[in-house]
Design a protein around this ligand. Structure first.
Ligand SMILES: Nc1nc2c(ncn2[C@@H]2O[C@H](COP(=O)(O)OP(=O)(O)O)[C@@H](O)[C@H]2O)c(=O)[nH]1
Ligand SMILES: [Mg+2]
Length: 353
């Protein structure tokens, strides 16, 4: 059975049309239910839904809780299907791709309605809006293993088990539930996602609820997901690498009797190799990597060394030219080096296939 979950807030004008359109798109022989989760909308969206007499359609009217993310989670909790589909009420998500989504869901964990793969579009968007949207998607892509062009899509289908596996972790505070689900899934196993293109349509009635606050929430959510996922692993690896570096430096100098500068060069290289192995087998573990092992190793090594040069350059620049205290300059240098390493490795060394 397919459970279609539609969160609503003040969508009286379009909800019924959206439900009808979705019903028409679901293949005749498929069992389904539609669950509208409404946050006690002042325009009485809940009433419109309950007056729509169809046993397969139900409305959850939440009186206390508010928010898109938690509404979708509520829908998941109510859902009885093997597959869950989430879509907007406002007509932006074209349900005619549902049959294609259903075709792919058996073999995938996520099937994503995508504006940004071939065949997909967001025609009524201005160039700037499109650019913003793609920019906002970039950090989201970098915290995912699976290659996804539209990680912020609100139109997606999942296997029920994806929800079951992650229901303890997921908060619903952010409004990008799919992204949250993907990040938490990828902490547990390799996932498979398929993007199905569709043409994003203009909102039919009413107004978007997303404003500046949403943007801030999005930033916070990304930061928290990053810390819980890949970025934390990357930082931990780096810290462990420092210990390895110091240990090898000490051992080679004290026990092997090497000149300490020679020990340091060897220690740096060993620490880089150490970091590479952790990042390859842990931080970016589940990503299907495009480059072979040796190429990855060389790429990782190159950016690590380049990062050190840039670190020293920044130390010099901020101390001599800007006049900062040298330890502060060094902290800035380390930060710049770490960012360079992270993004280089994400976009190049461990680039996804
Ligand atoms: N239950 C519930 N639904 C919401 C809330 N905010 C937005 N929605 C619904 O979530 C969907 C997406 O919201 P929308 O404003 O269209 O976002 P946009 O498409 O990004 O502009 C629509 O169906 C909204 O009615 C909320 O706080 N609670
Ligand atoms: Mg919308």
């Amino acid at each position: 059975m397919l459970s279609v979950i539609i969160p609503t807030y003040n969508e009286k004008e379009s909800i019924i049309r959206t439900i009808k359109e979705a019903q028409k798109s679901i293949p005749r022989n498929s069992k389904y239910e539609v669950i509208v989760v409404d946050d006690d909308s002042p325009d009485k969206t809940w009433k419109a839904v309950s007056e729509y007499k169809d046993k397969r359609v139900k409305c959850v009217r939440r009186r206390k809780e508010k928010g898109l993310g938690s509404a979708v989670l509520r829908g998941f909790r109510e859902a009885k299907g093997k597959y869950f589909l989430v879509m907007d009420a406002d007509g932006q998500h074209d349900p005619s791709i549902i049959p294609r989504m259903l075709k792919h869901i058996e073999k995938n964990d996520f099937v994503i309605g995508s504006r940004f793969v071939k065949g997909g579009s967001a025609k009524n968007w201005s160039k700037t809006r499109l650019l913003y949207s793609k920019l906002a998607a970039m950090p989201a892509k970098s915290i995912l293993d699976e290659k996804v062009h539209d990680p912020m899509s609100g139109f997606f289908m999942i296997q029920r088990r994806v929800y079951e596996e992650n229901k303890e972790d997921i908060t619903g505070k952010g409004f990008k539930i799919m992204l949250e689900l993907m990040v938490f899934s990828e902490k547990k196993r390799r996932i498979k996602a398929k993007e199905v293109p569709y043409a994003f349509r203009p909102r039919r009635e009413g107004a978007s609820k997303l404003g500046i606050k949403t943007l801030v929430d999005y930033g916070l959510m990304l930061a928290s997901l990053a810390v819980k996922g890949r970025v934390l692993k990357f930082v931990l690896t780096g810290l462990l690498g420092v210990l390895v570096n110091l240990g090898v430096l000490y051992a080679l100098t004290e026990y092997a009797g090497l000149y300490y500068i020679v020990s340091a060069v060897i220690a740096i290289e060993i620490a880089i190799l150490h970091n590479f192995l952790w990042n390859n087998y842990w931080t970016w573990r589940y990503r299907k990597k495009e480059q072979g092992f040796v190429k990855r190793l060389l790429s990782f090594n190159t950016v690590a060394l380049a990062g050190m040069v840039i670190n020293i350059a920044a130390l010099w620049f901020f101390t001599e030219i800007i006049g900062l205290w040298y330890l502060l300059s060094q902290a800035i240098g380390i930060a710049i080096g770490a960012l360079l390493n992270y993004f280089w490795n994400d976009m190049w060394t461990f680039k996804s296939k």
